[in-house]
Design a protein around this ligand. Structure first.
Ligand SMILES: *Cc1c(COP(=O)(O)O)cnc(C)c1O
Length: 390
């Protein structure tokens, strides 16, 4: 069986080493030493001044919306995980969808201004599959209209943008450390901001609003994470560079194997600073995608329809037409990609996909609408990896 993803697990004895110290201290949660150590190590690794480790990525989104005191309408993307939209609604705001760019899968900045009304307070955008949004364009619009910016950077661990961690952008960025994400603490999340007041406010909100003994300066929630989850993070972090390397090689291998297939890949503008967290492919039609998915499942290869359906079709939002998103969402499939995926399994997946589309693999000409990723150029940048093209 080949699943779409597999969580990385450290050696059991590494985790047990931390567990032993937890038993010795009998300090289980409430800003314990392992939570502190993880926050420190993450800041070092990511090159950030500030970070708050929280329960999960969804709570992180809710904290961000609450801390910025958003109300009214929040402009957002219809192509993301459901938590991006549900958090907006949960916080009592109205999500206003803006369609995506067909190549990057991110919110299309050119369409944002038309959606702004006097009630708009913020833009909440997702860096889809870790691919950075057009951050400059979004910030320029936000500055012009006095809007806050939140980034759902749940897929972005390790991604850098213009020589900085992607988590540094926007008023607040949030991420998820869920088991299915590239770096995980089983359950967990993070919030990031460069604004000291906001950081302090969220730190207080994370802990019921406590600002001192018997003092509550903010309306709070319980968004603290615990020592056991932090222990998992401390075990996983030292492995992250090797995991990123492995994913990048597998991603490139997929690109080569599927280069003749009539599918489109996500346009990745900054391949050197990318984390290769997912391998999405867009088929020519939904029918072809479903046929491919079903045939792979017969061979016990499980892909996922990330993201389907368009969030603009959720039952608790005002439905609206998002043609680009709906088109991509209906045809996209994420192929299996995880650190321990064997190259031979990847080859099998690629061969099956080629066969489903009746390719013999020897066709010379490129499909007309091939991705603008410069395959050979990227591949040249990978050290020690010979790709067998045949
Ligand atoms: C995973 C994910 C979330 C939610 O994170 P959790 O830690 O599972 O709550 C939010 N947004 C996106 C884009 C995600 O992929």
């Amino acid at each position: 069986m080949i699943p779409v993803t597999k969580p990385f697990l450290p050696a059991e004895k590494e985790f047990k080493g931390y567990v032993k110290t937890i038993w010795e201290r009998q300090w289980l949660t409430n800003n314990g030493p392992l939570v502190n150590a993880l926050e420190l190590k993450l800041k070092e690794y990511l090159g950030l001044d500030h970070l708050l480790y929280v329960t999960n990525g969804t709570i992180a989104l809710q904290l961000a919306i609450k801390a910025l005191e958003l109300s009214g309408e929040v402009i957002t993307t219809p192509f993301s995980f459901v938590a991006t939209t549900s958090s907006i609604v949960w916080q009592g705001c109205l999500p206003v969808f803006v369609d995506i760019d067909a190549e990057t899968f991110n919110i299309d900045p050119a369409k944002i201004e038309a959606a702004i009304t006097p009630k708009t307070t913020a833009i909440l955008a997702t860096h889809v599959f870790g691919n950075p949004c057009d951050i400059e364009a979004i910030q320029a619009i936000a500055d012009k209209h006095n809007l806050k910016v939140i980034y759902d950077a749940a897929h972005c661990f390790g991604v850098r943008y213009k020589n900085k961690s992607i988590f540094e952008y926007g008023d607040i960025s949030v991420t998820s450390f869920h088991a299915t994400k590239l770096f995980h603490t089983i359950e967990g999340g993070g919030v990031f901001t460069k604004q000291p007041e906001l950081l302090k406010k969220m730190a207080i909100m994370r802990n019921f609003g406590y600002s001192g003994v018997d003092t509550f300066s903010e309306q709070g929630i319980n968004a603290k994470n615990c020592e056991l989850h932090a222990a998992m993070g401390l075990c996983n972090l030292p492995h992250i560079d090797s995991l990123l390397q492995k994913r990048k090689k597998l991603y490139m291998h997929y690109l080569y194997r599927l280069s003749k297939l009539e599918v489109r890949f996500q346009k990745i503008e900054y391949p050197d600073d990318y984390n290769y967290a997912y391998f999405p492919v867009v088929f020519k039609s939904e029918k072809l995608m479903l046929e491919s998915k079903e045939k792979l499942e017969l061979a016990q290869i499980y892909c996922r329809r990330y993201f389907y359906p368009s969030l603009s079709a959720l039952p608790y939002v005002k439905n609206c037409a998002m043609p680009v998103c709906e088109s991509i969402a209906s045809r996209i499939l994420c192929l299996p990609l995880y650190h321990s995926l064997a190259t031979s399994d990847l080859d099998l997946i690629a061969r099956m996909l080629m066969r489903i589309q009746n390719f013999d693999g020897n066709r010379k000409e490129e499909p007309a609408h091939f991705s603008n990723i410069e395959l050979p150029q990227i591949a040249l940048k990978i050290n020690n990896h010979r790709i067998n093209v045949n």
